[in-house]
Design a protein around this ligand. Sequence first.
Ligand SMILES: O=C1C[C@@](O)(C(=O)O)C[C@@H](O)[C@@H]1O
Length: 241
Amino acid sequence: MEAELKLDGGRSQADLPADLPLAGGAAAVDQAELDAIGLVQRQLVEPSRRKVVAALPFLPECLDQLVDGRGHWFPPLLASTRPDAYRSGGGSVGGSVAMKILVVQGAGMNMRGKTQTEIFGTMTMEQYDQHIRQYAKELDIEVEIFHSNIEGEVINRLYQANDQGFDGALVNPAGFSRGYPALTAAISQVAYPVIEVHISNPVRRGPVSDTAAVSLGIVAGFGVLGYALALRGLRDRAKGG
Ligand SMILES: O=C1C[C@@](O)(C(=O)O)C[C@@H](O)[C@@H]1O
């Protein structure tokens, strides 16, 4: 076999070169040589089949994390909804600087999980924030989470983030959704993109959000996952995706 395999002493697994034939293709494989180092005959890899993934012990660990016990495939973002699937990683990748995103929890978010649980569920703001930090870690995004029930404090934080060069913001305006023109103006004036996030879908209850009208986009009705979707959207948009 032409490819040079370097064995990782710790786990005795091969550090495979990028061009090793792992799936598909017609390249010849010396099975005896593969067997000698614990590899199996290459075969087509279909990600939804755990059997096949399990037969490829040299695949990166992260791939294994994306498939659950019943063989269901979890894309990385959705895997984050399962606490046991959180990656411990985070930080910058390949020396690139992580995006900096401000997350604003508006007026009354401190009451979530304590009242109106029939609409919003039992998750508290602190629990939302834990999820948001975890989502950000998975997406290699630096987040700062800010909560205030005072409009002026939120406005100041948004303008400050502008001057600090933040790359975007997620704003759950909550009680600030309507009737706060100075906050609405601030959102319309900052240089970074703002995505409005709601746990529930407020439109179902009738009210319309002033702040949504000046935001780049809205994510509503997906529960806490909405923050992950919005973070992912900002990240991919910044990458030109
Ligand atoms: O507090 C909230 C939470 C909310 O913003 C949401 O996330 O669904 C919806 C608002 O109408 C409400 O005031």
